[in-house]
Design a protein around this ligand. Structure first.
Ligand code: PLP
Length: 347
């Protein structure tokens, strides 16, 4: 039985083209700046997101940390959404390694932050207050169901923030999903941020790696911080080669994942005992609720597992499914059939 693994888009396996590229990659010592494949990936990434330079990092978590370390000094304050991945799921790294205080403001259901709430949270010049240095946005927003913020929404936060001398960072782990979902060039989403991180290892299906991008000067300083956190890799071209394939070949096909997520969400909505707000299903993530009292989300997950369908309960009544490379339309139909079986008799 084929296992239909909808737990995350990080379970994607490298494509045959990636394996080929990895096998034949030209490599060198990247800490000396001598890995031609890493250099090519960084140049390609910078170009894709419209920045001067980019830096290959081990993971999204490392990318966000390196950016925060590069923007901030100890004792600085960073503003981000209360449901931001960086706040919830990155092990408190900004505080632990950077001595940075995170100040959260509420996310709207769409992942959006109220622009006025952001500027109101910027500290004044008072002897008692920590200096606000950075605002972090997230697009698409993971905990808000993969919702995409439009270029105008991004600008409405970033422009006033930067006018006040505060930097803007985008946690764009899935920023290519946002761009494809909205039908815009990713550069429209990154044009008013000082730095952006995005992942190769999620929907883009590369085995390892993320990138951060920004100005030449920012990336030069970020490179040193990457070394400090132990992220200086040597013949990293072996993995960067897969990243080049990811950026060249795997972006446009994200639309298939979005269509499959939509199909899944619409099917789940029809099943008694489940509920999903279709308005917030915009890319590859489907967050839905188990509203029946007869079964818990953990029991749903266990029941599905027996049917060969894997996904996660994420707290409260909520569950989460992600579509990705390797999941076909037919798999969605099979998954929905499994849901119907598991939910039957529980309502
Ligand atoms: C996955 C994710 C990260 C972290 O990436 P890792 O490679 O898992 O460390 C950061 N931000 C968001 C929004 C993510 O979804």
């Amino acid at each position: 039985m084929k296992v239909i693994d909808l737990r995350s888009d990080t379970v994607t396996l490298p494509t045959p083209a990636m394996r080929e590229a990895m096998y034949s990659a030209q490599v060198g010592d990247d800490v000396f700046g001598e890995d031609p494949t890493v250099n090519d990936l960084e140049a390609l990434a910078a170009e894709k997101v419209g920045k001067e330079a980019a830096l290959f990092v081990v993971s999204g978590t490392m990318g966000n940390l390196v950016c925060i370390l590069t923007h901030c000094q100890r004792g600085d304050e960073v503003i981000m959404g209360a449901r931001a991945h960086t706040f919830l799921y990155e092990v408190g790294a900004a505080a632990a390694f950077g001595g940075v205080q995170v100040r959260t403001i509420p996310n709207e259901a769409s992942g959006m932050l109220n622009p006025e709430a952001v500027t109101d949270a910027i500290r004044g010049d008072d002897i008692h207050l920590p200096p606000t240095r950075l605002v972090c946005l997230e697009n698409t927003h993971s905990r808000c169901g993969g919702c995409a913020l439009s270029p105008d929404q991004m600008d409405s936060i970033c422009i006033p923030v930067r006018e006040r001398g505060i930097s803007a960072h985008l946690d764009g782990a899935r920023v290519f999903n946002a761009a494809v979902g909205l039908g815009v060039d990713v550069r429209e989403l990154t044009r008013n941020v000082d730095s952006v991180m995005f992942c190769l290892s999620k929907g883009l299906s590369a085995p390892v790696g993320s990138l951060v991008a920004g100005s030449e000067d920012f990336i030069r300083r970020a490179r040193k911080n990457r070394k400090m956190v132990g992220g200086g890799m040597r013949q990293a071209g072996v993995i960067a080669a897969a990243g080049i394939v990811a950026l060249n070949e795997m972006v446009d096909r994200l639309a298939e994942d979005h269509a499959n997520a939509r199909l899944l969400a619409e099917g789940l909505k029809e099943i008694d005992g489940l509920d999903v707000d279709l308005e917030y299903v915009q890319t590859d993530i489907v967050i839905f609720s188990v509203v029946s009292d007869g079964i818990t989300p953990v029991e749903v997950a266990t029941g599905l597992e027996e049917e060969g369908v894997r996904l996660q309960a994420i707290g409260g009544r909520q569950m989460r499914a992600l579509t990705h490379y390797g999941i076909e339309e037919e798999d969605i139909r099979i998954a929905l059939e499994a849901f119907r079986k598991v939910m039957k008799g529980s309502v």
